[in-house]
Write a protein that binds this ligand. Sequence first.
Ligand code: TRH
Length: 370
Amino acid sequence: MQADIFCRVVDNYGDVGVCWRLARQLARDRGWDVRLWVDDLESFAHIQPGLAPTAPRQRLAGVDVLHWTDAPDPALCARDVVIEAFACDPPATFIASMRRTHPVWINLEYLSAESWVESCHGLPSQRPDGLVKHFFFPGFTAATGGLLREPGLSAERDALQASAPLQDSFLRAVGVPEDALALRQAGARTVSLFCYPSAPAAELAQALAADPRPTVLLVPQGVAPALESACGAPGAPRVVRLPFIAQPDYDRLLWCADLNFVRGEDSFVRAAWAARPLVWQIYPQEENVHLEKLDAWLARYPAPEPAHALIRAWNQPQPGRTAAACADALAPAAWQAWLDAARQWDACQSALPGLAENLAVFCTELAKKR
Ligand code: TRH
């Protein structure tokens, strides 16, 4: 199969993060010939070291990466499959070529745990020009497109989680200093923090400082910039700033942490595969629509009530609420229940077929009917 994936970077790194992960999987695991068109290579380079932000075309991890500009090369025509991510609309000249070849056309939607997704997943939309676009919804049930997950991920994760020396050498390689590694070896909790500016990070620091177990807090550069000033008191977390690292290394970082604060779409899914407690900050939308989506996910996530309360507080900050909720969620009984729930969440979600697999099967079936 020959496929073109179109990605417009709306904000941050999730749009390109999802497309890049999908492109690599279709190329590596399904043997597809994939061209990935991205309009913002600067953002892409942030999460993919080695990507040249000014190159019009480059080959990386078995994928042809194209800079999607206002004047795309008219010689590049549609082939078997066209995937537009998040309703981004392929360029007009490319759609003209689609009218000639009638490829399978997929709109890959954003992830939501809401139940309506099941009834919309896979539906066709007939256009006046004769082309048909199919909606493909990621999701948490067998009646959706599933979640991106690479084969062999659990075994790789289990091996790292079972070995303290492997974790040390990985963390050292991504820039965690020796004093922080020593704290971990002495029993400190490891927390990773990736959040939006609205997150009550100072309250999190306060709650971790009040907890008897010390904390090493791993934070990407530029995220929660005021954290250091909230971490001056004795017992406060040891904040370690890390550069942005490539997606497979970010996975490993999540696997090494006891608790992961994640955001958006892709890091949220990756934290599930760590099989460790996670706190999700959902991407904020107008009129608080995102809070309904958060509730839909919480209704599926089997964590105990104190963990749910912390996740709600993290998304709707009010003075004192996050610090109190964090203390409750870290209390021994709640924490143990959360650990069990995280393992259960990973096990039940990873038992479902992955998104790349579902999408490949869906496209192959449609291609047969062309
Ligand atoms: O960056 P995000 O907030 O992205 C998005 C976008 O804002 C998008 O417009 C919105 O619609 C969507 O959220 C819901 O969060 P996300 O989705 O977690 O994407 C971050 C990506 O960056 C993800 O692929 C993981 C990757 N990453 C690394 O590869 N290395 C790192 O060090 C870090 C911190 C992240």
